[in-house]
Ligand binder design. Structure first.
Ligand SMILES: O=C(O)CCC(=O)C(=O)O
Length: 213
């Protein structure tokens, strides 16, 4: 599916709040899954430690100029993959294009991501409430693509304990948030058991961000 197809599928576009747009079934899942498999051969998924020493249940890898990493020293972006001591693989051109055009449809023209964090959730993996705040410029949105098993994503608003707005994310969905929602806390509940025809018992999530200057 080319980007023109993405544009053609405007029927799935929902504005969920100021700065938050959800685009259902917007992408070619098979193409992305094949790209992720290729990426994982070059920069394998790994479960990183968080600053307090626990290990994340979600396994991650990255592509693009910068990659998000975590260890006991903290969260940050790095041009070098610490596991391979090498730069992250380049972001596929069509990922860049899709992310930029999705952002535009969400009201954020000119988005040029330099980082794509790829999360791999096995059944039971989850992500606690957090803000995406390791980037330099919060005027740039976050574009998130979901693949494989569905997940219960929630926005919590300005505080970790804020009222949850739950959004069931399915394979092929694109969620864009920025502007007044850019620093909203968000979380993913433990992924429930299931089998997706292309991803098996896994969920992948891609988040595109402009991390550097
Ligand atoms: O998996 C998701 O849908 C969200 C991922 C996320 O919040 C993150 O990577 O910061």
């Amino acid at each position: 599916m080319s980007m023109n197809d993405l544009f053609a599928n405007d029927s799935g576009l929902e504005i969920l709040g100021e700065g938050i747009t959800l685009w259902r079934s917007a992408i070619d899942v098979a193409r992305y899954v094949s790209d992720i498999e290729d990426l994982a051969r070059r920069a394998p998924f790994r479960n990183m430690q968080v600053p307090r020493g626990r290990t994340m249940s979600v396994a991650i890898t990255n592509c693009g100029k910068l990659g998000w990493i975590s260890d006991t020293r903290g969260y940050r972006y790095s041009a070098i993959d610490p596991t391979r001591s090498a730069p992250w693989p380049a972001m596929p051109e069509h990922w860049l294009r899709d992310a930029a055009q999705a952002a535009q449809r969400g009201g954020f023209a000119g988005f040029s991501p330099d980082a794509c964090l790829v999360n791999c959730y096995e059944v039971g993996a989850r992500m606690g409430a957090h803000q995406d705040r390791d980037e330099l410029d919060f005027s740039q949105p976050v574009v998130s693509i979901s693949l494989g098993l569905s997940a219960a994503f929630a926005f919590h608003g300005e505080t970790r304990s804020g009222t949850r707005r739950r959004i069931e994310l399915h394979s092929g969905d694109v969620l864009i948030w920025g502007g007044p929602a850019r620093l909203h806390f968000h979380s993913v509940a433990p992924v429930k058991a299931g089998l997706h025809p292309l991803c098996g018992a896994r969920r992948f999530n891609l988040t595109f961000r402009r991390a550097g200057a």
